[in-house]
Write a protein that binds this ligand. Structure first.
Ligand SMILES: NC(=O)C1=CN([C@@H]2O[C@H](COP(=O)(O)OP(=O)(O)OC[C@H]3O[C@@H](n4cnc5c(N)ncnc54)[C@H](OP(=O)(O)O)[C@@H]3O)[C@@H](O)[C@H]2O)[C@H](O)CC1
Ligand SMILES: [K+]
Length: 220
């Protein structure tokens, strides 16, 4: 079983994008579609996609865009500063803005109260808050939202990693999403493999990272 730590995954990612010139947007799109193919759209009809402004969030917005294209009922909740957002996040955000009005920034206590109420209208939560970019303890609004997700008894899919959970399984960053399903991109993250609770809830999906990029950093 091939395993990868956070730093190595980031190295593979950036080598594929910067040296092999694979457009990062293609990887984001493949990541989104790999989540989509793990959703039973016959029973999952309404979605709350909760994202922050990095590429885990970009995956989430690309998924939202694809679900909206199928006329699925999607609410999008954005945490963090959109001015700091990744370019792939912005590209997908701009498309989603043209497909739905149900896009909300979650910043204040009032926003949190709205989120708490509005989550009750969906049967699926998608967690696109943090992936391999998580690098410090989760606090403030991020911790509050993760705790709120866990309070709700709503089926939750995490993109790449449960937000708040350390990809290496070494750091306790505080609260993390209690995912029902984790769709992990390309290579199983070491922390998930070593965690018996999450290991059996994880599927690993190929998103088009070439073997030569992987073998540059991992002896296979
Ligand atoms: N090959 C692949 O696996 C691909 C993965 N993709 C997806 O991209 C994410 C990684 O995206 P990245 O933008 O690097 O980081 P995240 O989206 O996980 O996190 C966003 C930023 O959040 C900040 N951060 C980190 N820890 C915290 C915290 N505790 N509280 C608040 N904010 C935090 C950090 O930025 P700073 O500037 O604040 O340090 C993160 O950058 C990966 O998981 C996949 O989902 C792509 O789709 C492409 C291929
Ligand atoms: K996540």
């Amino acid at each position: 079983m091939l395993l990868v730590d956070r730093e190595t995954m980031q190295n593979i990612d950036s080598y594929a994008i910067n040296e092999i010139k694979i457009p990062s947007l293609c990887l984001v799109e493949r990541a989104a579609l790999s989540v989509m193919e793990n959703i039973n759209l016959d029973i999952r009809h309404s979605f709350a996609l909760i994202v922050s402004c990095g590429n885990n969030g970009a995956d989430g917005l690309a998924l939202a865009r694809n679900l909206l294209a199928l006329s699925k009922d999607c609410d999008i909740y954005i945490i963090g500063n959109k001015n700091k957002a990744s370019k792939d996040f912005i590209i997908n955000y701009n498309a989603c803005k043209n497909l739905t009005k149900n896009i909300y920034s979650i910043e204040t206590i009032e926003d949190m109260n709205f989120l708490r109420k509005n989550l009750d209208r969906v049967n699926t939560i998608v967690d696109g808050i943090f992936g391999t970019g998580l690098n410090r303890p989760v606090s403030g609004i991020y911790a509050n939202i993760i705790d709120l997700i866990n309070e709700k008894n709503i089926y939750t899919i995490s993109i790449d990693l449960p937000s708040g959970f350390d990809a290496n399984g070494e750091n306790n960053y505080g609260t993390y999403v209690d995912s029902d399903l984790i769709v992990c991109m390309q290579i199983l993250k070491k922390g998930l493999y070593e965690d018996n609770y999450f290991k059996d809830k994880t599927v690993v999906c190929d998103i088009g990272l070439p073997q030569i990029a992987i073998e540059k950093f991992i002896n296979i």
